[in-house]
Every structure is written in structure tokens, then in C-alpha cells.
Design a protein around this ligand. Structure first.
Ligand code: ADP
Ligand code: MG
Length: 472
């Protein structure tokens, strides 16, 4: 093991400078290539002593594979060397430090930022999953930031875990039980799904500032890991339903019940579809073209919906664009579309008001018919509260939550409702409420996209002074 007082080792082609960090198995130094001093790299020195003997060969083969991997969210392994005592991995240098430090200097990350980070990690995980590679040691210390100024996350330190000395208590202690899936710690029987658990822990820590099993003593930690209570999510800060749902499904102790890789990549909170990419702008543009067509045909509500979908691609397109002039051109287009969407919204919402008013009598009749069934009555009251909030102009997550809660309850009751007039009315009411909730969700997203599109490039990228951090 590399101790803290380690002198940088001598390597023929490199000048080693400061120590960047040390983790479980290795010490990492910043270095320059002698032939090209502008090439900064990070060199990871792994002591062969910390490897189990049979593994050295395997490890070298594996490193050979890792060398062929190129992905924007995976630390690039440029080369490797070895001598009697050490293996040296020559890697891309990441100037932004690791995610652990990033989170803890900010205490917690806003949901928006955590989501952007999660998307990047999911993207790397998907790439690895398709190649049948598991990380097995995912944790904030093994996730690096390319820079602090325009942070891109990069997965580091993988392909190692299975080569380390036999698993024993000490090994588990050296690794990080805080991030390890319970099945890994408890019975040593595990598979790729442990990476999904760790993703859940990382997201949890980013949002709440500490991992779910944070403990004051090892005994307490062990108890938490071995318990079979479901992981409880703190109530503060308040998070979106989608985010909470994902956390709950990643942090299932039983890997059989845990979200699958496929479901994870498709989860609405991960939303890989709307990641900044070369395709974002094209998708946004073709949606705008459809919106314009609908607008010309006089279908305000379809046009509004298309503009709002287009905006969801424009925001990542703006993030993706690096050229300042092109960025500005997109932004000015976007603000035109936003003003048109605003006008359309005025039209659509006055139509909606009429519909909302028309809906009231039906709901009142339904309520009248539900007096003998308090739970149905209560769910309808909840729906009325949502509609009332919306009528007051409160198109926010709280209103959406009310809609979703009442819809959840009503759908359950519909399933148990016998055929008859009340069932028909209930069915119609649910459909109307679903339409409302969908529209509201679109409006909220549009407001957010608008806000984001306006803020990209205008504010500091990492505005930690205000406790928030906006990523370009
Ligand atoms: P270990 O296998 O010992 O855990 P890691 O690869 O996780 O080693 O590296 C240990 C620490 O060194 C990381 O947490 C990070 O702070 C720093 N580090 C590692 N790789 C790089 C790099 N490419 N650029 C900058 N810092 C790095
Ligand atoms: Mg590490």
C-alpha cells in the first residue's frame, strides 16, 4: 500500500509532480510528459503487493481492454507501464477533483444539478453495460470532474475491484460499505446490479449530503446494512416525484426487486433522451417546424404542446453548443419561440378556463353520489383542491402533486367500482383530470426550460456563492 509519505516514483518518460490523491489501492500523481510538457496526465501507481497473485496477469489483460475504451464520461486510460513492484496507469488528468469533494464543499446539490450529473453517469454506465463491463466500486471518490469551470463527470477506477486480495472483513472495510450493495457485503453473491445500488447511494448523497447508511460507528453501520428495513428518504429538501421514485427503486436491498438496467436508462428522471448531444438541436428544430404548422392550422393547443417539447431539446442543445456565436443565434431563436408560446398559452388557458368551469357540475354530482364512500369523497375533494389551485394561477409542482395524488387514489377506486352511473362519471372525471395534469406538467416544464435557456451562459457556471450551481 502506498503511504502518505510516499516520494513520487521515477518514470522514464514523465515528470511527476504533486500527489493528487490516494484511494483504496493506489496513489495518484499529477505528471507531465517529458517530450511534451504541455501534456498533463495523472499517473496512478498500484502496488503489486495489494493485488492477489493470480490477478496480475488478468489485470494486465483487463487494462488492455480499458485502454480501448473511449467515452466522454469515462476517464481515459492513455497507457500503462509496470516494473517489479508497481503498475502505473497513465490517465487523462481531471482538474476538478472528485465528486465527493464537490458535493461536500456545497453541502448538497440542487436536484437540477444532481440530475445533470446523473445523466452523465448513466450515459457512461450504459456504454459499459453494453460492453458487459461492471464497475463494482462506484462511489463519489471514484467519480472525477474534468474541470470546475465546465464540469463533466468522468468515471474512474474501475475494473479493479475483482482483482483485489480475497474478500474478507478487512477488505470490505477498506472498500466502502457505505456505497456497496447489501448483497455484496452480506453474502458475497452479487452481479452487475450492485452498480445500480451504488448509483442510488451517490444520487442520495448528492441530494441529502450524506449516504443512506451514514453511521457513527462500525456496529451501527453493520446493523443498517444487515437490516431489512426499506431505505427511508428524508423529507427535506423537497424533491420531485420522479426523483424520489428513482431513488426508491435504485435503493432496493433485494437485487431482484431493484430497478433493472433497462428500466433505469429509460427512467423519466434519468431522461437520457434530453441529454445535451449533437442531435439535440436537430430534434428541437423539427419539433418547432411541426409547431409552426399546427399554429398555422389554428390548432393552438397542439402548437403549444409542440413548442414546449421543442424547448426541452433546445435547452440541452444550448448546453451542447460551445461556439459563442452559434449559441447566441440559438438563444435568439428560442426567445422568439418562447414569445409565440406565451401568446398561445394565453389562448389555450382561456379555453381551458371554460372547460374547467364546465367540469365543476359533473364533479359536484359525483361528490353527491359519493357521500356514502368517504375515501372516494376525499379523493374528489383533493382533485377539487388541485383544480382550485390551478385556477388561482398556481401552476407549480405542488398543484401537480395534488393532481397526481388524487389521480392515484381515484384510479384505485375505479378498479373496485361496480358498473353503473357512478363508475361512468368517475371514469370521465379521471380522464379530465389526467388531461389537466398532463397540461400542467407541460407548462411547468416549459417554464423551467425557458428559465434555463435564459440563464445558460448569462450566469456564472458554478455560482456557489448563492448556494446554487448552474451548469452550462
Ligand atoms: P484507488 O484505486 O486507490 O481508489 P483512484 O483511481 O480512485 O484510486 O484515485 C484516488 C484519488 O486520486 C481519487 O479519488 C482522486 O481524488 C485522485 N485521482 C485519481 N485519478 C485522477 C485523475 N485522472 N485526475 C485527477 N485526480 C485523480
Ligand atoms: Mg478510488
Amino acid at each position: 500500500m502506498a503511504g502518505a509519505g510516499w516520494a513520487p516514483p521515477q518514470l522514464e518518460d514523465f515528470i511527476l509532480t504533486e500527489r493528487l490523491g490516494s484511494g483504496t489501492y493506489a496513489t495518484v500523481f499529477k505528471a507531465y510528459r517529458k517530450r511534451n510538457v504541455r501534456e498533463v496526465v495523472a499517473i496512478k501507481c498500484v502496488s503489486k503487493k495489494s493485488l492477489n497473485k493470480a490477478s496480475v496477469e488478468n489485470l494486465l489483460t483487463e487494462i488492455e481492454i480499458l485502454k480501448t475504451i473511449r467515452h466522454p464520461h469515462i476517464v481515459e486510460l492513455k497507457d500503462f507501464q509496470w516494473n517489479k513492484e508497481y503498475i502505473y496507469l497513465i490517465m487523462e488528468f481531471c482538474a476538478g477533483g472528485d465528486l465527493s469533494r464537490f458535493i461536500h464543499t456545497r453541502r448538497i446539490l440542487p436536484e437540477k444539478v444532481a440530475r445533470i450529473f446523473l445523466q452523465q453517469l448513466a450515459c457512461a454506465l450504459k456504454f459499459l453495460h453494453e460492453k458487459n463491463i461492471s464497475h463494482l466500486d462506484l462511489k463519489p471518490q471514484n467519480i472525477l470532474l474534468s474541470s470546475l469551470d465546465k464540469p463533466l463527470l468522468k468515471l474512474a477506477d474501475f475494473g479493479f475491484a475483482q482483482h483485489m486480495s480475497p474478500r474478507d472483513e478487512k477488505h470490505v472495510l477498506r472498500g466502502s460499505p457505505l456505497y456497496m450493495a447489501p448483497e455484496m457485503v452480506c453474502n458475497g453473491q452479487y452481479d452487475a446490479r450492485v452498480d445500480l445500488w451504488s448509483m442510488g447511494v451517490i444520487l442520495y448523497e448528492a441530494l441529502f449530503g450524506r449516504p443512506p447508511f451514514a453511521s457513527r460507528s462500525f456496529a451501527e453501520l453493520e446493523e443498517k446494512i444487515r437490516s431489512n428495513h426499506p431505505i427511508e428518504l428524508p423529507r427535506h429538501p423537497r424533491l420531485s416525484q420522479e426523483c424520489l421514485d428513482l431513488l426508491q427503486r435504485l435503493l432496493k436491498r433485494d437485487p431482484q426487486q431493484r430497478i433493472s438496467f433497462k428500466e433505469f436508462f429509460a427512467h423519466p428522471f434519468v431522461d437520457m433522451e434530453h441529454m445535451p448531444s449533437a442531435e439535440s438541436l436537430g430534434k428541437a428544430t423539427s419539433l418547432v417546424m411541426e409547431a409552426v404548422k399546427k399554429d398555422q392550422q389554428g390548432d393552438a393547443s397542439a402548437a403549444l404542446s409542440l413548442y414546449s417539447k421543442a424547448l426541452e431539446y433546445f435547452v440541452p442543445a444550448l448546453r451542447y453548443e460551445t461556439d459563442a456565436r452559434r449559441k447566441e443565434a440559438i438563444r435568439s431563436k428560442v426567445s422568439q419561440y418562447i414569445s409565440r408560446a406565451e401568446q398561445l398559452k394565453g389562448l389555450v388557458s382561456s379555453n381551458n378556463k371554460v372547460l374547467l368551469q364546465q367540469g365543476i357540475p359533473a364533479r359536484d354530482i359525483l361528490k353527491e353520489m359519493s357521500k356514502d364512500k368517504p375515501c372516494l369523497y376525499a379523493a374528489l375533494e383533493l382533485a377539487s383542491a388541485a383544480v382550485a389551485r390551478e385556477e388561482e394561477g398556481k401552476d407549480d409542482y405542488e398543484t401537480l402533486d395534488l393532481y397526481q395524488q388524487s389521480l392515484g387514489d381515484l384510479l384505485r377506486m375505479l378498479a373496485a367500482e361496480p358498473a353503473g352511473r357512478r363508475r361512468e362519471l368517475l371514469h370521465a372525471e379521471i380522464q379530465a383530470l389526467m388531461g389537466r395534469a398532463e397540461y400542467l406538467k407541460e407548462q411547468i416544464k416549459m417554464k423551467e426550460s425557458q428559465w434555463e435557456a435564459e440563464s445558460i451562459g448569462k450566469e456564472g457556471i458554478l455560482d456557489s456563492a448563492r448556494g446554487s450551481c448552474i451548469l452550462q
